[in-house]
Design a protein around this ligand. Structure first.
Ligand code: ZN
Length: 303
């Protein structure tokens, strides 16, 4: 199996995870981010600058961002929905922002209250603003493989949104499998066609394990040379469209698998498992991570 020597994981539990959990106190979020910062993770999506009315769970973004202990080896970022959010994030001192746009028009309307075209028209001013502040901007194309309202999203549609992001000078691109509709063959097709159309593009993949295909999708992309992935500690965060279903792939499951396959993540699995246990206590219910339940593969039972 051809695999890269290392991958770069972006931990999205504090943002994507907690956004889909019942609200937790500001103090707990700060502790979670600080604990994650000490595990060897090199990137953390810490907060989201969305309107508190839209997502009350992120209403304390500014306070969280200003109070975390920023680790020198960690790159922190924030998700923004629009130009107003981008300005708030950049004013707060963020040097990396992610702006989200859905490949599916219906999902974009539901999520951002405007059409995909309207979101795309906003990309250039957001990216220009980020660059003028010395920050980088990633465009996250959500519902890249499918939409809970429209069903399958055609590859050409996702590609045209990706092309618009690159044309607007995005520093990098991410594809989000928002409701876990990707399978390995669909990952292979979209990634191959993306590299064909946008050679050299920096691509992050964001998989959900809603239907159990998360790690299979990641492995497929890894074999195609993708080395940037999102994951969420404990698998924090459910799926807003399927109550009770799991959401993001669990960071410790990714680290656990890759470590045994000789692919470095830089993450200390034992430390990460401690943080996953803490995250589970924090949200007050069992999180989906199976490695947290079973322990690492070399764990033996006491005789
Ligand atoms: Zn997610």
């Amino acid at each position: 199996m051809r695999l890269p020597g290392e991958v770069s994981l972006r931990e999205v539990g504090p943002r994507d995870g907690l956004q889909n959990e019942p609200p937790v106190p500001t103090e707990a979020k700060i502790e979670l981010i600080d604990a994650l910062s000490k595990t060897g993770l090199c990137r953390i999506e810490a907060v989201s600058f969305v309107h508190p009315k839209a997502i009350p769970q992120m209403g304390d973004a500014l306070e969280v961002w200003s109070r975390i202990a920023r680790h020198p080896d960690v790159r922190y970022s924030a998700l923004v929905p629009n130009l107003v959010g981008a300005r708030r994030a950049l004013d707060a001192g963020l040097t990396e922002i992610e702006v989200v746009v859905s490949a599916s028009d219906t999902h974009n309307r539901a999520n951002l209250n405007r059409t995909t075209e309207e979101s795309l028209a906003d990309l250039r001013p957001i990216i220009d603003l980020a660059h003028a502040s010395g920050a980088s901007c990633q465009v996250v194309v959500s519902t890249a493989w499918g939409c809970p309202y429209e069903g399958d999203v055609p590859v050409d549609r996702t590609l045209s949104v990706a092309q618009a992001a690159v044309d607007a000078s995005a520093d990098s691109l991410a594809y989000g499998d928002t409701t876990g509709m990707a399978t390995p063959t669909r990952v292979e097709e979209l990634v191959a066609r993306t590299f064909e159309r946008l050679p050299g593009v920096a691509l992050t993949l964001h998989f959900h394990n809603t239907r159990g295909t998360g790690l299979a999708n990641l492995l497929t992309a890894l074999q195609m040379g993708v080395t940037d992935f999102d994951a969420s500690v404990g698998g924090l965060g459910g799926c807003p469209y399927a109550p009770g279903a799991s959401g993001n792939i669990a960071t410790e499951e990714v680290v656990h698998m890759l470590q045994d396959m000789g692919v470095s993540t830089g993450v200390n699995l034992d430390l990460l498992l401690e943080v996953a246990a803490r995250a589970e206590r924090m949200v007050g219910h069992q999180v989906p991570s199976q490695v947290l339940r079973a322990g690492p593969r070399t764990r033996t039972v006491a005789g």
